[in-house]
Design a protein around this ligand. Structure first.
Ligand code: T46
Length: 140
């Protein structure tokens, strides 16, 4: 599996298998292969206004791979020590975000479509939504 580690812990960029020919482009991510967990949920995000910031939380259990199918947006990633901004603008790449990573998504282009592959079913109680709480947890 080809990947690029990021300076923020528990995050990396995963390269899909891609097939480009005269008929177009096709990108493949596979369960438990390029995706490093069993996919339990898929959701997508689109039509986000340019001045909106989404996210602003971390997860203690959930792991995800985010693929930008169209357009672009930026992710601020923060493990409590290091911060990094990653721009997603290519469906060939998946952004893996593991546990205890604060994320904020911003600068969405009008045509941005994110597809998110998640390791768990939705659980609103599993979100860490307070940044001070997040810092306390990551400093332990
Ligand atoms: C994440 C980033 C990348 C559900 O009912 N089921 C779901 O599976 C999800 C993901 C959301 N929702 C509801 C909860 C809220 O009422 O949809 C609404 C919007 O969710 P939220 O404000 O959490 O959306 P984002 O874009 O801030 O965050 C989402 C994911 O929730 C989060 O896990 O990492 O995308």
């Amino acid at each position: 599996m080809l990947m690029h580690e990021l300076k923020v812990s528990n995050c990396k960029l995963i390269l899909s298998e891609s097939h480009h020919n005269a008929t177009g482009q096709l990108f493949v991510f596979e369960n438990l292969k390029t995706i490093p967990f069993e996919i339990k949920r898929v959701y997508s995000i689109r039509k986000v206004l340019r001045n909106v910031t989404r996210g602003k939380h971390a997860h203690g259990i959930l792991r995800q791979v985010i693929i930008c199918l169209s357009g672009s947006c930026k992710f601020l990633l923060d493990d409590g020590k290091n911060k990094e901004i990653v721009e997603l603008n290519n469906p060939e790449l998946g952004l893996y975000i593991g546990t205890y990573v604060w994320r904020e998504m911003f600068d969405f282009s009008e045509d941005c479509i994110l597809m998110v592959l998640a390791s768990e079913f939705y659980d609103a109680n599993e979100y860490i939504r307070d940044y001070e709480d997040f810092l306390k947890i990551t400093k332990k």
